[in-house]
Design a protein around this ligand. Structure first.
Ligand SMILES: [Mg+2]
Length: 212
């Protein structure tokens, strides 16, 4: 019998713990990134309600995965993400949800760089000193690939089947399915996740459900 102690929680960052996207100038980020790598069309990535520029910027990073220019493209986008942190917003119930799982192994896997994720969490009072954070990086396929979740589970020494991904988007759901973890959605709008996806009304409810 596996009890709560054997579970691990893996969180998405953007719009799950902190809303950065709404305050990030992804239009300029996309322009700067396309100046480096060129425009890309027909990139197969999950549908979202993100702005067209956000979707394009994240798609560019997927499209140039493995390209020597990847780091430059990422850095160009990171500049705008980092600039958004002072105006970013914690998702409702962040402090309470985070406190509720303080005894549980937990980590963050995100499409923003680790530096941005740590800075955003620190900005909103979440101590990331001992927290495993896997952000986008040149040597790892981003969500919806399983790489980040698999890496986290290895670091935590836990079977992915005993981990729960909590995220707001279909990119998170795709990664969870690919890695074999459970998934609980916290979509900002119900239609952001496919019908039948397990969801919670908010972050606190998702954490409670994951630990139940
Ligand atoms: Mg998100």
């Amino acid at each position: 019998m596996m009890g709560a102690m054997s579970r691990a929680l893996i969180f998405d960052l953007d719009r799950t713990l902190v809303d950065i996207q709404s305050f990030t100038d992804y239009g300029s980020a996309r322009r700067d990134a396309e100046a480096i790598i060129g425009t890309q069309s027909e990139i197969a990535v999950p549908a979202t309600d993100w702005s067209a520029d956000t979707q394009a910027a994240m798609g560019l990073l997927v499209a140039c995965s493995g390209n020597p220019l990847w780091q430059r493209v990422s850095d160009a986008i990171e500049r705008y993400e980092m600039a958004a942190i002072p105006s970013s917003a914690p998702m409702p119930g962040l402090a309470e949800a985070w406190a509720a799982c303080r005894e549980v192994p937990r980590a963050v896997v995100t499409l923003v760089p680790e530096s941005v994720a740590r800075a955003a969490l620190d900005w909103h009072g979440i101590d990331t000193g001992d927290l495993i954070v896997i952000g986008r990086r040149a040597d790892q396929r981003p969500k919806p690939a399983a790489d980040g979740l698999i890496a986290v589970c290895e670091q935590l020494g836990i079977d992915p089947r005993h981990a729960v991904m909590i995220g707001d988007s279909s990119w998170d759901l795709g990664a969870a399915e690919a890695a074999g973890t459970d998934f609980i959605g916290v979509p900002t709008r119900p239609e952001n996740l496919p019908p039948g996806t397990r969801t919670a009304v908010n972050l606190e409810a998702a954490v409670a459900a994951a630990l139940a």
